[in-house]
Design a protein around this ligand. Structure first.
Ligand code: ADP
Ligand code: FBP
Ligand code: MG
Length: 441
């Protein structure tokens, strides 16, 4: 994480205290975050590595304080606002809240006095593809974009090499780059930050973590995740109603999550209507005495219907893998939902028991919607803090929420590996208690 020297002061009149809000003397209170302010990342002291969900740094699980930079506006700012050119780019798959973040970044930049704000169309491709023009942005233009899902700027996977992106940043004379995206985008943002340092360019590269998958480590959650869970719940509810109303109904729902089962686990927990939740972090057998199919047979026998929620990355080892990747290099998954639908049909036919399978794959519906209330607030804070971070002179940071506090983390820290559901963690065990499912092994 780079921190330039602060060399300019910007007075934010909107935060001027009237003097009667609290007892702090007028000449001391300023409403700014001090550069030395820190937030504590973890608050639980685990007495043993065997404690449920324990995350230990040392083998004996001793208490190690981990402090991170507190996010927010600084009194001293690095850039002269009216000389700044700021650019925003949204990369990867869609995610609820992208427009909310774009809007807040623009609002906050304008509040600082930045006039030259542009959007780079269609992710990192917009830096390179001929015919894609940068879009001038202003409060007027983005005022209502949060009312719709998607990205006002467009998104894409894949794209140019880092050196080409930085050539373009240099040619466009961009001082601040706000990069909205998931783990791939963060790796890209880090590479751009490194290349800018190598070329001694004073460019602040600030990321904002988006992804419905919630697979970026160290933070409480990424924006868009809550909304995706809420939408996923609707699919589960439909599956439940279909299954409940059919003779021997089996509702099967497949939910997104490239390498982690957070959406499936949280939607199963929040709906309370799921009998079996399958995630990639926990292997399972379909066939055999302890397999999923045997359990479904029991559920049909005992309660007459059941609901299964499967994460798209679950059970990949049971399927043929094409080895194909998308434009960003992400593995293309085999369809576990269709596979399970076929297996369930064949199984019940084989044992001569009627079963009415209703398969729901909501795919893009969980992420093409606008942000719900909690995501809209998260996006607002993260977007504003991204701009404060850039003005403070940081680069190579991501604006996120850790342990309920808004902080800046070095991008290098969050791209080590995707975050996955802890199968020994309490949330997964809560999910198991809720579904009542056994181990399928
Ligand atoms: N390791 C990497 N280094 C540089 N750029 C990357 C890297 N991984 C992905 N990218 C770029 O980041 C963008 C988004 O990545 P992707 O994996 O599709 O989505 P997400 O950011 O949502 O995970 C793509 O344009 C891709 O080329
Ligand atoms: O948008 P695509 O290319 O169809 O990819 C689908 C993938 O995108 C996601 O919705 C989000 O992934 P990213 O956060 O990496 O963009 C995954 O849940 C899903 O596996
Ligand atoms: Mg990703």
């Amino acid at each position: 994480m780079q921190h330039f020297l602060s060399n300019a002061t910007y007075y934010h009149s909107a935060r001027t205290p009237t003097g009667d809000e609290d007892s702090t003397p007028m000449d001391m209170w300023n409403g700014y975050v001090n550069n030395d302010d820190r937030a504590l990342m973890k608050v639980i002291k685990y007495s043993s590595p065997t404690s449920a969900g324990a995350e230990c740094i040392d083998p004996d699980c001793s208490w190690v304080e981990q402090w991170v930079h507190r996010a927010g506006p600084r009194k001293d700012i690095y850039y002269e606002p009216n000389e700044v050119k700021a650019a925003i780019v949204t990369c990867g798959g869609l995610c609820p809240g992208l427009n909310d973040v774009i809007r807040q970044v623009v609002f906050t930049l304008e509040t600082y006095g930045v006039k030259n704000i542009v959007g780079i169309p269609f992710g990192f491709r917009g830096f390179f593809e001929k015919g894609l023009k940068e879009m001038p942005l202003s409060r007027n233009l983005v005022e209502n974009i949060n009312l719709a899902g998607g990205s006002f700027l467009g998104v894409s996977r894949g794209g140019p090499k880092t050196s080409e992106i930085v050539d373009s940043i240099q040619a466009r004379r961009i001082d601040m780059l706000f990069v909205l995206g998931g783990n791939g985008t963060h790796a890209g943002a880090n590479a751009i930050h490194d290349e800018c340092r190598k070329r001694k360019l004073k460019v602040s590269v600030v990321a904002v973590p988006k992804t419905i998958d919630n697979d970026i480590p160290l933070m409480d959650k990424t924006f868009g995740f809550d909304t995706a869970v809420e939408e996923a719940q609707r699919a589960i509810n439909s599956a439940y109603i279909e299954a409940r109303s059919a003779y021997h109904g089996i509702g099967l729902v497949k939910l997104m999550g490239r390498s982690s089962g957070f959406i499936a686990m949280h939607a199963s927990l929040s709906s309370g209507q799921v009998d079996v939740c399958l995630i990639p972090e926990v292997s399972f057998a379909l066939d055999g005495e302890y397999g999923v199919l045997q359990h479904l047979e029991q559920l049909i026998k005992n309660k007459g219907f059941c609901v299964v929620c499967v994460a798209e990355a679950a059970g990949q080892e049971l399927l043929q893998n094409s080895g194909a990747t998308d434009a960003s290099g992400n593995a293309i998954l085999s369809d576990i939902g269709v596979h399970m639908q076929q297996k369930i049909k064949t199984h019940f036919k084989g044992i001569g028991v009627h079963a009415d399978i209703k398969y729901i794959d909501p795919t893009y519906m969980v992420r093409a919607c606008r942000a719900n209330a909690s995501d809209a607030i998260l996006c607002t804070v993260l977007g504003q803090n991204a701009v404060h971070g850039a003005f403070a002179g940081f680069s190579g940071i991501t604006s996120c929420i850790c342990n309920t506090h808004y902080v800046y983390l070095p991008v290098t820290q969050v791209i080590t590996a995707p975050k996955r559901v802890n199968h020994k963690g309490r949330m997964w065990h809560r999910c198991l208690t809720s579904t009542g499912q056994p181990d399928f092994r």
